[in-house]
Design a binder for this molecule. Structure first.
Ligand SMILES: Cc1cc2nc3c(=O)[nH]c(=O)nc-3n(C[C@H](O)[C@H](O)[C@H](O)COP(=O)(O)OP(=O)(O)OC[C@H]3O[C@@H](n4cnc5c(N)ncnc54)[C@H](O)[C@@H]3O)c2cc1C
Length: 189
């Protein structure tokens, strides 16, 4: 396997998968890595905005969202009899300057799975069950180490850029000692 890439994308959740698709479509040599074999099976994200759809359209994956989502017709507070109390927002028929409806509710496992399948058909090198364990920033390029979790072996790669899209407990953030501000949210999720 050629070990030199333009961009390494660490983490193949929706953010990393979309990023890898976009960069590959620009003709860049992409390696995309995730420690898990499969996409996460539970939904976390639930809505996609007009801007999200516009970005999805740039990567030619808007159909994935459109066929797995429902247009949000509006929003408002209701009482126990479903009577609107206070303000309400009617979004029916609204198309924003991004060319899409303001919001759609989608099912994340279905969309993430379809995006993963689309990515697997591109020229990007995809390593699943591989985990980022070390990064050396050499200014002009990045050396990084990946652990093959199945074979228990370590692999070395080089890329011009490395993108940390590895979620809330990001290894990239920890390895590069990127500070994080804690706003003291006290719910356990
Ligand atoms: C309970 C809950 C509710 C949420 N509700 C919403 C919502 O309503 N709307 C919304 O937009 N968002 C919501 N979110 C946030 C949601 O998680 C994100 O929108 C979205 O799933 C994040 O995508 P991501 O690609 O950034 O990260 P993730 O989906 O977390 O993907 C990160 C990936 O990185 C991989 N990874 C991590 N470390 C490594 C490593 N060292 N090496 C290799 N791979 C690695 C992981 O295996 C994972 O696949 C919610 C989150 C939670 C937990």
């Amino acid at each position: 396997m050629n070990q030199d890439f333009d961009v390494a994308v660490i983490g193949l959740g929706p953010a990393g998968s979309l990023t890898a698709l976009l960069l590959e479509s620009y003709g860049l040599k992409v390696i995309a890595i995730d420690r898990d074999q499969d996409i996460y099976s539970l939904p976390r994200a639930v809505t996609i905005s007009d801007q999200g759809l516009r970005i999805a359209q740039t990567a030619s994956i808007e159909d994935i969202y459109l066929s797995n989502s429902t247009e949000l017709g509006g929003a408002g507070f209701v009482d126990k009899d479903l009577e609107i109390i206070g303000g309400a927002l009617d979004l029916k028929g609204v198309v924003t300057s991004n060319g899409w409806m303001p919001s759609r509710m989608f099912h994340q496992p279905l969309t993430d799975k379809a995006i993963r399948e689309k990515l697997q058909k591109t020229t990007a090198t995809i390593l699943l069950e591989h985990e980022l364990i070390d990064i050396e920033d050499e200014t002009t390029h990045v050396n990084f180490s990946i652990r093959d979790l199945k074979n228990k072996s370590d692999l070395q790669f080089t890329s011009r850029y490395l993108i940390g899209s590895d979620g809330g407990s990001s290894t990239v953030r920890k390895l590069l000692e990127i500070p994080q501000e804690d706003l003291n949210y006290n719910r356990d999720w």
